[in-house]
Design a protein around this ligand. Sequence first.
Ligand code: GUN
Length: 285
Amino acid sequence: MTTVISGKLLSANKRLEMKAQVESFPKKYGRLPKLVVILIGNNPASVSYVTGKENACIEIGILNNTIRLPEETTEAELLKLIDDLNNDSLVDGILVQLPLPKHIDQDSIINAIKPEKDVDGFHPKNVASLYLKQPGILPCTPKGIIEVLDSKNIEIEGKRAVVVGRSNIVGLPVSKLLLDRNATVTIAHSRTKNLSEVCKEADILIAAVGKPLFIKEDMVKEGAVVIDVGVNRNPETGKLCGDVDFENVKDKTSYITKVPGGIGPMTITCLMENTIECFLKHVEE
Ligand code: GUN
């Protein structure tokens, strides 16, 4: 029997809990958490992601300021803005929506955000904390994947996990989180030989390759848990789709997530969790 895990439902429940928690903050700490999102230019996917983040803030009661800047914004201007936000005692979280225009160096921007306000968990200090198991901010999508697995009490310890994709944002950090939970982890990628056979060994298969409908039934073990991180356009229908061919694969799985309504909403929910975490550290300093 297959269970389709709804990240949307899990998110809705977590957001209700966070809303109640945030409502108690003004009395306890004298103010609400504040997230500042910076969007440069008008890449349609980025505009849509940023709207999702704004709506989540509104839903939970987190103060939100989205700063929309033109494509021509210079790196120096962006660095100055980040410096001002780093020093603003009423700002708890700073997120610069990626990708950035080509004339802005992404690493310089990520490095400029104060690690304590880096709600994405992308700053080298937070990345190092993850790998060294020190306290820090976890990246949102990997954190959301683990929360999805935990929501169904899916055992991770001792399981074979295969992560397809090795990005800094998803593949690498989720592999580390799975390893920390005592899974045996394989990171597969575009140069992996016999990719189908490798995927077929997985008790837990995480698809984060960015290729529409890439994972087919012959790559999935009977009873596997399949988590789809892809956000793609179906080349035939133009509709949003994942890296997993859901209809083709689902009957073989014990648990599977869908796109949309799976990991996407959980990523934003974890961003809200990180914002609250940064706020609490900030007000308790
Ligand atoms: N662009 C696509 N995903 C992300 C994300 O998680 N954070 C940021 N800042 N930009 C993104």
